[in-house]
Ligand binder design. Structure first.
Ligand SMILES: [Zn+2]
Ligand SMILES: [Zn+2]
Length: 132
């Protein structure tokens, strides 16, 4: 049986966990190649899926080439920069009541599973750039 956390998987998990910016599979590939130069992109994709299935990382959004990976597997919300696309973890809890969430789910006919709040705006780096 294949050892799931082999050296490749370990390197990939490290790459996701050391990145603060919710890397895409391509970002992970670029950074893992520094330490494992012979790794292939297909292997990176496959291992990212395995790590998500094991709950060690979280795959964000639809499974596609541009899906991003999150090292934080607890429920948390995100702030997105509309200028550079930076995806940031919001370090505090946004309070939403269960009634509000249920009403929102009901209005769309959805059976409530989980939820996530997203806020949009310009990140500090982009604000600084604009003001220069
Ligand atoms: Zn930005
Ligand atoms: Zn996150």
């Amino acid at each position: 049986m294949e050892d799931i956390l082999n050296t490749n998987a370990r390197a990939i998990l490290d790459a996701v966990q050391s990145s603060q910016k919710h890397p895409t599979a391509l970002d992970v590939y670029e950074s893992v190649r520094q330490v494992r130069p012979r790794i292939g992109l297909a292997t990176v994709y496959r291992i990212l899926h395995q790590l998500s299935a094991q709950g060690l990382i979280k795959e964000m959004g639809q499974a596609s080439d541009c899906s991003r990976y999150d090292a934080c597997t607890n429920r948390h919300d995100h702030a997105i920069c509309t200028e550079c696309g930076a995806l940031l973890d919001i370090p505090l809890e946004i309070q939403l009541s269960m009634e509000e969430l249920r009403a929102a789910a009901q209005a769309t006919g959805l059976e409530l599973g989980s939820h996530e709040v997203r806020i949009y705006g310009r990140c500090t780096a982009c604000q600084t750039r604009r003001n220069e």
